[in-house]
Design a protein around this ligand. Structure first.
Ligand code: 5GP
Length: 216
């Protein structure tokens, strides 16, 4: 019997962290390692597009009326206000991927994670990434701002928001301290591999066991 074809339900893999903890790098690495089995949920946002960002790839950039319309029509799985801007997860691509047995990775904040937990606890795996120290977090934010032309006030805003965000680590299933990026990526993959083996996600298991019993 071919066990690689065992039918399973996709899972929703949420990565949250204060900005600057390494979440984007980890997300990209997981997507690369799991290319045929995982998609990223591309959020909609009312935030201004940064020079390095591509519409439809990093985010769907929209204006406030367009964003509100999606919320009102029930097209968002969750939505929240983060740093004065609105962010939300379009529903349709997520539902399609899960039903095809693919996993979906989300880069969303604690508010969005709480909303997903209320509606989809069984499909959800949540991971919080912490920076190794305050100094390292500040360094990473300052380095990044050189690329994004953020002002000092914006960086201070992100530092204080990071501290707020960090208080929510205890609501997550797993917590990773990102001291060494390669090690953290390995750990994030280990969590994914173990969660994929959860019995309730292996919907093809009863057919498989029947097959083994019948001598196939
Ligand atoms: P940034 O503006 O730096 O791209 O993202 C700011 C914050 O918004 C990050 O913490 C990110 O996780 C969060 N975020 C991005 N997309 C979404 C979303 O669709 N929903 C929620 N709740 N948060 C999001």
């Amino acid at each position: 019997m071919d066990i690689s074809g065992l039918k399973r339900r996709g899972l929703m893999y949420v990565l949250s962290s204060p900005s600057g903890a390494g979440k984007t790098t980890i997300t990209r690495a997981l997507l690369e390692k799991n290319a045929d089995k995982m998609i990223i949920s591309i959020s909609a946002t009312t935030r201004q597009q940064r020079a390095s960002e591509v519409d439809g790839q990093d985010y769907y950039f929209s204006d406030i009326p367009e964003f509100n319309k999606m919320v009102e029509e029930g097209d968002m799985l969750e939505h929240a206000k983060v740093f004065d801007n609105y962010y939300g997860t379009p529903r349709a691509p997520v539902e399609k991927a899960l039903s095809e047995g693919k996993d979906v990775i989300f880069d969303i904040d604690w508010q969005g994670t709480q909303q997903l937990r209320e509606m989809a606890r069984d499909d959800l795996v949540t991971v919080f990434i912490l920076p190794p120290s305050a100094r390292e977090l500040e360094n990473r934010l300052r380095n990044r701002s050189q690329n994004t032309l953020e002002t000092d006030a914006q960086i201070r805003g992100r530092m204080s928001k990071s501290n707020d965000e960090m208080t929510h680590y205890s609501e997550y299933d797993y917590v990773l301290i990102n001291q060494d990026i390669d090690k953290t990526i390995t750990q994030a993959q280990m969590i994914l591999d173990a969660e994929r083996l959860k019995r309730r996600r292996l919907i093809g298991l009863s057919d498989f066991v029947r097959g083994v019993k019948e001598g196939r």
